[in-house]
Design a protein around this ligand. Structure first.
Ligand code: URA
Length: 457
């Protein structure tokens, strides 16, 4: 077996065997296959796709490219460890709000998380706005922290799904992110390796994510739920809207501020609707107990259920209480402190990085907000320095955009639509030119966008 013939086979639209997939990705992880050949295979997969069996084999090969964690000695016997992951979006700080709420309510949250990918932000980049905070934890540190405070946010390590670590960074700079099999394998390999019993996925659809259409997001959700169930994980996938940025802030430090404000009870309605749904799903998974795994269940037909009910009044009341009592915010502060961050910056948000140039942008006509192009907002944030264009680019945590309106809002001429945070006036001017075309005001009334399109379990 050799790398070139595997690349050629996929280039020509043939189906790869499990052995070929394992060979290629394990040799790549061991650095015996160079980056340019991995880039070529990713591009071939991007154009030719993979069938369900190939995607499953790729996921399991990537999960097995390093260690698999067993977290059960970190929690009381019988406790279900629940993980949460988003398929990527603009302004998506859901993890930073839902994670501490869930942990405050006694659900252990053990999460392996990522950096920004293209125009989509990453939890690690956001958390690194806090002085000293680090995502680099050894397996022992990860387990100790989970035992002690019930929440961990760790980055990809050299030992956990390292194939995804390498591939994720490569795909970002070769234009091979929006591929259904590559996204499914990337997300599910790290979730499987990180050892949670149940996984709640937030699969986004719209201009600010890699799946533009709700239909595509549903296919991705189905695929990931199927893969997870086959390897004995409890699986839920919410399909959520990413046509406009989520919440109000886009940009690393700005999103930390918004997450903290949300934990103080001042969250924006769209963000909080998603947060409540994610936490409710985590609760539901934890109530189901640990799923079982057998050779038969790996091969069996998987039963998928579609539907969505908003959280029950009991679950809502628990979440409300976690926020109003300050317990969820306290959990976030514990998470910051445990990973070396300066907690004083959370108590005094003005101490977080702040851009030197702040410019408002106002509506030049009255009407209703008809569209806020999430991708353009994400790309503008990257242009301002808040994301990466090359693998080793440094992030400017200060920059970003604060939205003052959402789709469906009525606006008057001169009313502020957004506030731009930039490192200098020149980049601010360029960003405002771009953003002025990304918000559309209509003369007739527009309905607000739905937050959640559906759910698979
Ligand atoms: N999130 C991931 O972890 N991987 C992807 O490929 C996309 C989003």
């Amino acid at each position: 077996m050799d790398a070139l013939s595997i690349i050629e086979k996929k280039r020509d639209g043939e189906i790869l065997t499990q052995d070929e997939i394992e060979f290629f990705f394990w040799e790549y992880t061991a650095e015996r296959i160079p980056e340019y050949q991995a880039a070529a295979l990713c591009m071939a997969i991007y154009f030719q796709g993979m069938n369900v069996e190939e995607t499953r084999s790729l996921t399991l090969a990537m999960a097995a490219s390093g260690d698999q964690m067993d977290l059960h000695n970190c929690v009381p016997p019988g406790t279900v460890i629940v993980d949460k992951h988003s398929s990527g979006g603009v302004g998506d700080k859901t993890t930073l709000v839902a994670g501490p709420i869930a942990a405050a309510l006694g659900l252990p949250v053990a999460k392996m998380t990522g950096r920004g990918l293209s125009y989509s932000g990453g939890t690690i980049d956001k958390m690194e706005s806090i002085t000293g905070w680090s995502s680099e934890l050894s397996e022992i540190q990860f387990q100790k922290q989970l035992r002690k405070i019930g929440i961990v946010l760790a980055g990809q390590t050299r030992t956990l799904a390292p194939a995804d670590g390498k591939l994720y960074a490569l795909r970002d700079v070769i234009g091979a992110v929006p591929s259904l099999p590559l996204i499914a394998a990337s997300i599910m390999s790290k979730k499987i390796a990180a050892g949670a019993d149940a996984i709640v996925l937030d699969v986004k659809a719209g201009s600010g994510t890699f799946m533009n259409e709700v239909g595509e997001a549903k296919v991705l959700a189905n695929l990931m739920v199927d893969i997870g169930k086959r390897v004995g994980r409890g699986m839920s996938a919410l399909i959520s809207n990413m046509e406009q940025p989520l919440g109000r802030a886009i940009g690393n430090a700005l999103e930390i501020k918004e997450a903290v404000e949300s934990l103080r009870g001042n969250g924006s309605p769209d963000l909080m609707e998603l947060v409540y749904a994610v936490v409710a799903e985590m609760f539901w998974q934890s109530e189901q107990g640990k799923p079982t795994i057998s050779h038969e269940s790996f091969l069996a037909e998987i039963d998928l259920q579609e539907g969505f009910e908003p959280p029950t009044p009991e679950v809502r009341a628990c979440i409300d209480e976690a926020i109003s009592s300050g317990m969820a915010l306290e959990k976030f502060k514990q998470l910051v402190e445990a990973q070396g961050g300066n907690v004083k910056e959370i108590d005094r948000l003005e101490r977080l990085p702040l851009a030197p140039v702040i410019q408002p942008f106002a509506a030049n006509s009255a009407g209703w907000v008809a569209a806020i192009n999430a991708r353009e907002f994400g790309m503008t944030c990257v242009e301002l320095g808040g994301g990466r264009k090359a693998k080793n680019d440094k992030i400017d945590h200060r920059v970003g955009i604060l939205l003052k309106v959402k789709v469906g809002d009525k606006v008057e001429t001169g009313q502020p639509l957004l506030e731009l945070h930039a490192s200098d006036s020149q980049s601010a001017v360029q960003a405002l030119v771009r953003l002025s075309k990304a918000i559309i005001i209509s003369g007739s009334a527009v309905e607000p966008l739905p937050v959640i399109h559906g759910r698979y379990r």
